[in-house]
Design a protein around this ligand. Structure first.
Ligand code: FES
Length: 110
């Protein structure tokens, strides 16, 4: 049996059509950066809201965060914080990426 730490999920980013592999034990922010993709961020602690993305499909586990960064109305509208979200399934998100990104799969599995 494969442990959760070794499971990877495919995260697709719209509208860029880039995707990356994210481990179950890393946030979307960490997984993207490991694969060379960069989501907008600031605090990386769930406090500023700069990394807010919208979930189009899939399930994520949300670690503790500040309600000033993400409020209940936003959660109800399927927004989450990339720095505090850990994948539970393959996922599709709406997000802006830093820089020009090719529409392809980015993978750096360990
Ligand atoms: S970078 Fe500040 S909440 Fe994610």
């Amino acid at each position: 049996m494969v442990s959760d730490q070794l499971r990877y999920f495919r995260i697709q980013i719209r509208p860029s059509l880039a995707s990356f592999d994210c481990a179950a034990n890393e946030s979307l922010m960490q997984g993207a950066a490991r694969c060379g993709l960069y989501l907008f961020s600031n605090c990386q602690k769930g406090e500023c809201g700069t990394c807010k993305v919208r979930i189009k499909k899939g399930q994520l586990k949300l670690a503790p965060f500040s309600l000033s960064a993400l409020n209940m109305q936003e959660i109800d509208a399927d927004y989450t914080l990339a720095c505090r979200s850990y994948p539970l399934t393959d996922t599709v998100i709406l997000a802006e990426l830093v820089g020009r990104v090719e529409a392809r799969h980015y993978s750096r599995l360990e």
